[in-house]
Write a protein that binds this ligand. Structure first.
Ligand code: SF4
Length: 393
């Protein structure tokens, strides 16, 4: 942090002392700081990142497996979800899962990211019929079996993102995957009101999502969560969402990664005329997240900030998230992931080293690898002595 003139940023940060995590009051001031103070905010965030993980930026080389795009929720920004019978509606077969996973294995991928709609069988008889044909009672049961299939038959490690989970299902998923995720998105429950982003998305009730994240903490499951910014929340809501995550992490120590994802508009979505967050909004949110949680891995997806995604490194991220050399980003299909050589070049242009990690972060890996059983065997086989991916980028 620069010393000398006392600016709004310095005053806010000094007020709390950088040795302490940032308070809500200071975070709310910083997230709305004027443009002239932004460079100082960013430099404080990068300094915090460098104290936490000097010089290194990580990514996970993955395949994206959209196990089913049927979903019982209707988020206003979602282009992924389908109703049964809609063009593109699809539930992957086990053969399709294995085919993609094996193709990814050949390209050096180490993560099988399972993304899917939330419990579509509760709403759609067609999904119940699909599951019956496949031999399962629920989407989660099918997901569990597919994670185990990938684990048994490939070298990839599953990372499921299945939506809300009960305590029982967290335990079952943790037996077949070293980490898992659920985006908190926001703590603003008003986004479930008529006409708002979560108008018809009962699984986006913040209290339910916080309960899943807390339950994962009780079970010590390495957990990925984060914010989706620009969907109708205020800057203060972003701070409150980050504080809710920080509070759970302070209690359970299980948040392996916080993602700051920015809303991107698409002509086909209900929110097609919604304004996107500015690059300044994205950078401020990342920087404040870094100062609120100086020792938590912080990720922002490069494809959502193209073409100048390397600027995200100026705000204190230490990870690019999952990047696939094989499969598209089914959540933002119009935004291809950067080529890995390009990602490396741009990361190095900012003075950092790019390293390939596994879906479970290095500091969380030893606990998973020390358990008995297939999952731990696979995690040990996939990791190098520093707990990064054995097959380096
Ligand atoms: S964002 Fe997720 S929960 Fe919302 S509609 Fe899309 S798939 Fe369903």
């Amino acid at each position: 942090m620069a010393t000398g003139i006392t600016t709004g940023v310095e005053a806010a940060v000094k007020h709390d002392d950088l040795a302490q995590p940032l308070s809500r009051e200071a975070a709310c001031r910083l997230i709305r700081c004027p443009d002239e103070h932004l460079p100082e905010l960013l430099s404080a965030a990068v300094e915090a990142k460098e104290r936490f993980k000097p010089r290194v930026i990580t990514y996970s080389r993955k395949v994206f497996l959209p196990l089913t795009n049927l979903c019982r929720d209707y988020c206003g920004y979602c282009i992924f979800r389908r109703d049964p019978g809609q063009p593109g509606a699809h539930t992957m077969t086990s053969e399709e899962v294995l085919e993609v996973a094996r193709a990814g294995e050949k390209m050096g991928c180490t993560e099988a990211l399972f993304s899917l709609g939330d419990k579509p069988e509760l709403m759609f008889p067609e999904m119940r019929e699909t599951l019956r044909r496949l031999g399962y009672n629920s989407t989660l049961q099918y997901l569990e079996a597919m994670c185990e299939l990938v684990l048994r038959q490939t070298t990839l490690l599953p990372h499921p993102n299945p939506g809300l989970l009960s305590a029982e299902w967290i335990a079952r998923m943790a037996a077949v995957s070293p980490s898992m995720g659920l985006m908190l998105e926001t703590t603003n429950a008003r986004l479930l009101a008529a006409g708002a982003a979560h108008d018809n998305a009962p699984d986006k009730l913040p209290s339910k999502r916080l309960r899943t994240i807390e339950e994962a903490g009780k079970q010590r499951v390495p957990f990925t969560t984060g914010l989706l910014i620009g969907i109708g929340e205020t800057a203060e809501d972003r701070v409150d969402s980050l504080l809710a995550i920080r509070e759970l992490h302070e209690r359970y120590g299980h948040i392996q990664e916080v993602i700051i994802q920015n809303f991107r508009v698409k002509p086909e979505i209900p929110m097609h005329d919604w304004p996107e967050p500015t690059q300044g909004d994205v950078l401020r949110t990342i920087a404040v997240a870094r100062l609120l949680m100086p020792e938590v891995n912080l990720q922002a997806p490069p494809n959502l900030s193209a073409p100048s995604y390397e600027d995200l490194l100026d705000a204190g991220i230490n990870d690019w998230g999952g990047v696939s050399p094989l499969t598209p980003d089914f959540i933002n299909p119009e935004r291809p992931w950067p080529h890995l050589d390009e990602l490396q070049r741009r990361t190095e242009s900012k003075g950092f080293i790019l390293r390939q990690r596994l879906p479970v972060y290095p500091e969380f890996l030893p606990a998973v690898a020390s358990r008995p059983g297939l999952l731990a065997d696979r995690v040990r086989a996939a990791s190098d002595p520093h707990c990064y991916a054995r097959r380096a980028a």
